[in-house]
Design a protein around this ligand. Structure first.
Ligand code: AMP
Length: 412
């Protein structure tokens, strides 16, 4: 089928898209390129279109583009961004230069949401969804290692999606060839210190994001890995000898020769004053105005969190649960850090627990040999071209979903 394209320019980026996409407007820019909002006149829905920036400028970019594309096609979970379409305006492999990915349009990234005064209901719901998305990635054998607020997007109905798939297994944590500054504030100690890692490496990032929601500022804003490590130990304390023993000799030498810090208690790091205070009236109104759906248990429709008997007492309880969860996530030694499964069962989070969301069917396992494969730019280009062309015949839409359970809205 012949598609007609047209071109729009935004500063230094030219978007050439099929005529079915109208009303393009820039939404955000990441390490990989510009993202525009648009209206899809065929499906009659708003979409986000990401143009991968110069995907074939070198092997690193090309490999990353291929990996991202493969993974987006593989994973299907409500808390991970899904691919709706992909296209290239070039007509043959010889001319192939640009890759565009079309995704569901979300309203904002988490950087913007962190600035808001979130109550416990919204905060716990956002965290619950992050954990569901992360758990799903883990089931596909993908350990993210680089979760951060700019790569998580939300809608005003408080639904959340993770935008990317993090670092490839073989990725060095320092190397980049874009002028774009990579944020490392959310990377776990085992990533910063170049240690082995397991799934709960991603819990650290969730802890950093949660702590930032409460404190209103980045917890460990290091200028580089060394500065970041210092910020971590100044607040959380020097880790145990057992942790040091697992470091590579040169790193261990550095880490052991830092001044010793005893760290602060979580009551000091996150004092009561930082948490939402009396909001009884506000909560009552929200509960009364909540839409009602059939088909869900009343425990799920109206979880306890919505019914503060006494708002101050309720908020105190929630604040102490939130602090307890943080104290289990922000643990330097991964062997002592909470797992994703246990975080989902934590009292602060489990009010939202839904078996179908937490244990959605696992995606097919990701073939990590892609990350290890060595190809020339030209070969990657061929592989990506095939993927894009294949994608132009998308599979039939999935079966209809049950109506969504009521959720807290982000607008106040
Ligand atoms: P990325 O290139 O994927 O890191 O995205 C860069 C920025 O574009 C994000 O931080 C978001 O602000 C925005 N963005 C990306 N994807 C979407 C989307 N599907 N809906 C709305 N905004 C998005």
């Amino acid at each position: 089928m012949v598609q007609l394209f047209y071109t729009v320019s935004f500063d230094d980026t030219v978007f050439t898209v099929p005529t079915r996409y109208t009303e393009l407007s820039p939404r955000g820019r990441g390490a990989q390129g510009l993202v525009c909002a648009a209206y899809d006149t065929v499906t009659q829905q708003n979409v986000a279109i990401k143009k991968l920036s110069r995907p074939f400028q070198n092997v690193t970019h090309a490999k990353r583009a291929y990996r991202e594309f493969k993974l987006m096609k593989l994973v299907n979970h409500k808390n991970i961004i899904g691919l709706l379409n992909a296209f290239t305006p070039q007509l043959c492999q010889e001319e192939f230069q640009d890759v565009y990915l079309v995704m569901e349009l979300m309203d904002a990234n988490l950087c913007q949401v962190i600035q808001m005064d979130l109550d416990h209901e919204r905060m716990s719901y956002l965290l619950y969804q992050m954990l569901c998305g992360i758990k799903h990635l883990h089931l596909a054998g993908i350990i993210h290692r680089d979760l951060k607020p700019s790569n998580i997007v939300v809608k005003s109905d408080c639904t959340l999606k993770i935008l990317d798939f993090g670092l490839a297994r073989t990725a060095g944590s320092n190397f980049t060839m874009t002028p774009y500054v990579v944020t490392r504030y959310y990377r776990a100690p085992e990533v910063i210190l170049g240690m082995g890692y397991t799934e709960n490496v991603d819990i650290w990032s969730v802890g950093c994001i949660m702590g930032e929601m409460i404190r209103g500022g980045v917890l460990f804003p290091g200028t580089d890995h060394i500065d970041q490590w210092n910020k971590i130990i100044e607040q959380l304390g020097t880790p145990s000898a057992a942790f040091m023993a697992r470091l590579q000799p040169t790193v261990r030498n550095y880490v052991e020769n830092r001044p010793r810090y005893s760290g602060y208690s979580f009551d000091r790091l996150f004092p009561d004053i930082l948490f939402p205070s009396d909001s009884n009236e506000h909560n009552r109104l929200k509960v009364e105005n909540r839409p009602r759906y059939s088909g869900y248990s009343f425990d799920r429709l109206f979880p306890d969190i919505l019914f503060p008997s006494d708002s101050n007492e309720h908020n105190r309880l929630k604040a102490s649960q939130a602090r307890d969860l943080l104290s289990h996530m922000l643990v330097v030694d991964p062997e002592r850090r909470i797992s994703v499964d246990d975080a989902l069962l934590h009292p602060y989070i489990n009010v939202w627990y839904d078996e179908q969301e937490v244990n959605a069917p696992a995606p097919a396992a990701y073939d990590h040999s892609v990350d290890e494969r060595e190809h020339t730019v030209e070969q990657w280009k061929q592989l990506i071209y095939q993927e894009v062309v294949e994608y132009s015949a998308p599979p039939p839409p999935p079966a209809p979903q049950p109506p969504p359970a009521p959720q807290p809205a982000l607008t106040t």
